[in-house]
Design a protein around this ligand. Structure first.
Ligand SMILES: [Mg+2]
Length: 178
């Protein structure tokens, strides 16, 4: 098994959700600059959540934008110095849910060739999107507590039942509430 990881909310503590209540497109120039500066300092100092196996090459797929690449690379050197960062795949497009899902799907497809079999993510909506589109890796939902994670989707599920959707009931509930 070889894992790939989401970054914010999995390897690094994610910025507070309330920072993102106002959409980027509704922000003034000054507000955007303020948001960028706040994010950069958060990304510099974010505590480590899940510490992956340092003997494995580290493959990271994140919805962070490429303009945060430098501070992100510095974070890895500072916080996970014994790990060998092999992949850091960052988002180019705007950060909509469908763009994030497509970005992660394409990145996982690319990582098949280096043998990545599993992906860990903290956002159930992203995992649902990936499972729906179909990926070749097992998908795990990270709880944010210790190193606890649950299998979300297995493309090699029982042949008679098709792929296993561990979180299917939760999706049904979420839909009925809307
Ligand atoms: Mg995340």
């Amino acid at each position: 098994m070889l894992f790939a990881y989401d970054l914010d909310g999995v390897l690094a503590q994610a910025p507070p959700k309330e920072w993102f209540t106002k959409p980027w497109r509704h922000m003034s120039g000054a507000e955007r600059m303020e948001r960028q500066a706040a994010l950069t300092s958060w990304y510099r100092l974010a505590p480590v959540l899940l510490g992956p196996d340092p003997t494995e090459a580290l493959h990271v797929i994140t919805a962070r934008k490429r303009d945060q690449r430098e501070v992100t690379l510095e974070w890895f050197v500072e916080k996970l110095p014994e790990h060998r960062l092999s992949t850091l795949d960052m988002l180019i497009e705007s950060r909509t849910l469908s763009n994030v899902i497509e970005h992660k799907r394409m990145a996982l497809l690319g990582l098949l060739s280096v043998g990545v079999t599993d992906f860990v993510e903290d956002n159930a909506a992203v995992l649902r999107g990936l499972a729906k589109l179909g990926v070749y890796q097992r998908l795990h939902l990270f709880s944010g507590v210790g190193d606890e994670m649950s299998l979300f989707w297995d493309p090699h599920g029982a042949p008679d039942k098709g792929p296993a959707f561990a979180a299917q009931p939760r999706r049904a509930q979420a839909k009925s509430r809307v």
